[in-house]
Design a protein around this ligand. Sequence first.
Ligand code: WQD
Length: 341
Amino acid sequence: MKLILVTGGCGYIGSHTIVDLIENGYDVISIDNNSRSNESILLGVEKITGKKVKNYKVDLCIYDDVYAVFQENPTIQGIIHFAAYKAVGESVDKPMMYLENNISSLINILKCAQEMKVPHFVFSSSCTVYGNPDVMQVTESTPQKKAASPYGLTKQIGESIVENIVDKCNTNAVLLRYFNPVGAHPSIAIGELPIGKPQNLVPAITQTAIGKLPQMIVFGADYDTKDGSCIRDFIHVSDIAHAHTLALQFLELKKDENTCEIFNLGTGDGYSVLEVIKAFEKENNIKLNYIIGPKRDGDVIAIYANNNKAKDLLKWIPSLTIKDMVKTAWLWELSLQNQSQ
Ligand code: WQD
């Protein structure tokens, strides 16, 4: 079986992608220093797939340690690079930490890919590369505006590096621009494990609903949108995960071409923050304790995807709905509470 290296494999999207890769016949190893994740998530992966996944607890910013993993696993056929800091709000406060971590780790993994002649590379990018788009439903060719946050800047730089290096690494690549990944695997054996206070909307909702947080703040409700709150393209993490398997298969079919293709991974539907809260309350029969607070620096006002290219070329069909997203997110939060009791 083909061996795939997943960096950030103990993370939210990384762990869900490992499940999908294994279910599609791949062998997987992970590199994750667990600075923003917990290795216990791989127990959930094993529960779903029956497979133990080895995680190398290595800092991707230390080249020699990364290269040692490749020397121990010389048959790696593909790399899916998730490992990065990814909180928009935090990146505004700590721009240099984001640039140093996200870019240095990418350069090290690409140097190893070049040295070890790894044929395929999938880069975890983000819709934040578009900045504040003039047209809400963005396509892959929508011009990138100035990133609204240092996080988005690291993804813009990362994409440029991968696009410009593939032919020198003798590899081909796909850049996957995630919109807003939410929800948990339908088995509820894995899900999102924010370290500390959650930065993202859905874990903030579920942690408020279960009482871990006293109250949730909606960051701004006077934007020029349908209800004043920001609009995002929320996409179930399992749909995002499957897109990575399809991206690898796409690259395998193009193994002699040094291509670098970009794909939007979103549903194409825009939901506002307040609409997500209402969907959560209705689906789970819960009244959420939230207030309207000030806008958050770095927030894009509204963005959602045109996903036709991924549907056409990757044969990707996102199938899970906003109801599935808020339901599985809540069931996962409940399972975490049960585990801690
Ligand atoms: C969404 C909306 C907040 C928390 C994410 C990922 C990023 C990238 C893009 C993949 C915003 C509002 C949030 C809260 C709130 N994805 N919000 N109260 O900023 O769109 O970025 O998607 O790469 O990695 O982080 O997501 O969930 O932080 O915010 O009102 O307590 O929810 O202001 O409008 P964002 P988010």
